[in-house]
Design a protein around this ligand. Structure first.
Ligand SMILES: [Zn+2]
Ligand SMILES: [Zn+2]
Length: 405
C-alpha cells in the first residue's frame, strides 16, 4: 500500500483502537445487518450479525474498515441472504447530501470524468454519460461551507415538515452530520417501522412537494381552475400561502421575470393583492391575474420550500446507512449526532473532526481555502506544507495530497 494510504489507515486504526473513542450503540443490534468496506482490499463485507454490539465495537479495532454501515431494517436473520432474512421493519431515514442540491459552488469545486470515453465537466455528476451512456465516473468533489449550508437549509425544511405536518417531536428525530457533505435524519419509532416502500414513497412525495393537488393538471382547465384554486390552512397549503405572501411582499419585476411572469397587477398595490387574494382566498378578485399566474407563483414556492432529499434512500426498506460515530472514508470526519434544535449552530468542520493532535508534512496538489477545527487553511497549489493530522487526512482522502517522507 502506498505511503499516504497507509498513513490514513494508521490514523483510522488509532481511532478505532482507542478505547475512549465513543461509538454509540445502535438500537436492536441483534436484528440489524452490519457491513463495512475493507480499507486495503476495497470490497464490501455484508450480512454480518452481532448479537452484542460490544463484540462489533471490538471487531472494528481489528478490521479497521474505511466505512462502516448497518441496515435501517430489522430482520429475523440479519446474516442470511437478502430473500431469506425475514424483514421485520425498518427505521424511516432521510439523506440530504450536497450531491443532490444544485449549489453555486459545485461548478467551482466538483469535477467528473467518464471512465469509458473521457467526457469531463464541472458541477453535479450526471447519472449517465451524455456522450457514451456509460455510468461510471471518476469524481473529484469538495465540501465547502456553502455545500454544508445548502444541505443544512434543506434539512431544516425537512425537520419543519416532520414536526409541523407529520407531528413528530424533536426528540423523536435523530439528526446526524453524515461525515461528508450532508445530514441524515432517522426516525426509529415503532409507528414508522412497518411502513412499506409504497408508504415511504408517499412520504417522499410529500417532502419533495410532488403532486400537491392545487397544482393538478386538471386544475389548469380555465373555468374549473378558478373554482379549484384554493388553499386551506394546513400542511403544504399553509406553506404555499405563507410562501406566496412572503414572495409577493418582496418581489420585484425581475423576480417575476425569473419565474416567467410579467404581470404588473401583482406588483401594483401589493398589500391589497396579498390581503384579498392570499389571505382571504379571493383569488379571482385581482384584475389581470389569472389562475395560471397563481399556479405559477405557487409552483415556484413549492420548488423553494420542498426539501431536496435523496429520494432513493428513504424508499429503500433494506438500506444500509453509515454507523453513528464511525469515520467517512472520503474525509476522515465522523458521522455524529446532535440535537435537532442545534442544526443551525452545529459546525461539522469542528464537531465532526476525529483527529485532534499532531501534524504531518504533505505535498498538496491543489486545495481551495478550507476550515477545520477553527483554523483556516489553504488555498494550496503544488506546495509542501505541514498540516494538522485531520487536514492532512482530509486532503489525502480527497486525492489532493500525499505524505512527504
Ligand atoms: Zn462517456
Ligand atoms: Zn461547496
Amino acid at each position: 500500500m502506498e505511503v499516504s494510504r497507509e498513513f490514513v489507515y494508521q490514523k483510522f486504526a488509532d481511532y478505532y483502537r482507542n478505547p475512549s473513542t465513543e461509538i454509540p450503540e445502535t438500537s436492536l443490534p441483534e436484528q440489524r445487518e452490519f457491513a463495512y468496506l475493507m480499507f486495503k482490499e476495497h470490497f464490501m463485507v455484508r450480512h454480518q450479525r452481532y448479537t452484542e454490539f460490544k463484540t462489533f465495537r471490538l471487531n472494528l479495532a481489528d478490521i479497521v474498515p474505511s466505512d462502516v454501515y448497518h441496515s435501517c431494517a430489522y430482520y429475523e436473520n440479519p446474516d442470511f441472504d437478502m430473500d431469506k432474512k425475514g424483514w421485520l421493519g425498518a427505521d424511516l431515514v432521510f439523506d440530504i447530501d450536497a450531491d443532490h442540491i444544485p449549489t453555486t459552488c459545485n461548478k467551482i469545486h466538483d469535477e467528473f470524468r467518464c471512465i469509458k470515453c473521457g467526457f469531463e465537466g464541472r458541477g453535479i455528476t450526471p447519472e449517465v454519460c451524455p456522450c457514451c451512456e456509460a455510468t461510471k465516473f471518476e469524481t473529484k468533489i469538495w465540501a465547502c461551507d456553502l455545500c454544508i449550508q445548502s444541505a443544512r437549509d434543506e434539512t431544516a425544511k425537512l425537520i419543519d415538515m416532520l414536526e409541523s405536518d407529520f407531528g413528530f417531536t424533536q426528540d423523536e428525530l435523530r439528526v446526524f452530520f453524515s461525515g461528508h457533505r450532508g445530514y441524515h435524519v432517522h426516525i426509529e419509532k415503532d409507528i414508522v417501522r412497518s411502513l412499506d416502500a409504497m408508504a415511504r414513497k408517499e412520504i417522499v412525495d410529500y417532502v419533495t412537494g410532488l403532486g400537491i393537488s392545487v397544482l393538478d393538471k386538471e386544475a389548469k382547465e380555465k373555468r374549473a381552475a378558478a373554482k379549484k384554486f384554493s388553499l386551506h390552512n394546513f400542511g403544504w397549503n399553509r406553506r404555499l400561502k405563507l410562501g406566496m405572501q412572503e414572495f409577493l411582499h418582496k418581489a420585484t419585476k425581475e423576480d417575476l421575470k425569473a419565474i416567467g411572469l410579467s404581470n404588473k397587477a401583482l406588483l401594483q398595490n401589493k398589500e391589497i393583492v396579498i390581503k384579498l387574494a392570499i389571505s382571504e382566498g379571493r383569488w379571482e378578485s385581482i384584475k389581470g391575474v389569472s389562475v395560471q399566474t397563481w399556479l405559477r407563483v405557487a409552483e415556484h414556492i413549492r420548488d423553494i420550500q420542498s426539501s431536496k432529499i435523496d429520494t432513493v434512500v428513504t424508499t429503500d426498506i433494506h438500506r444500509l446507512i453509515r454507523m453513528n460515530g464511525t469515520l467517512h472514508g472520503k474525509t476522515g470526519l465522523k458521522k455524529i449526532e446532535f440535537p435537532a434544535k442545534d442544526l443551525q449552530y452545529f459546525d461539522p468542520f469542528t464537531g465532526a473532526v476525529a483527529f485532534k493532535k499532531g501534524k504531518v508534512k504533505v505535498l498538496v496538489s491543489e486545495a481551495p481555502e478550507f476550515r477545520l477545527s477553527g483554523e483556516t487553511l489553504g488555498p494550496y497549489k503544488k506546495q509542501t506544507v505541514e498540516l494538522p493530522i485531520a487536514a492532512a487526512v482530509l486532503l489525502i482522502c480527497k486525492k489532493r495530497a500525499e505524505v512527504v517522507k
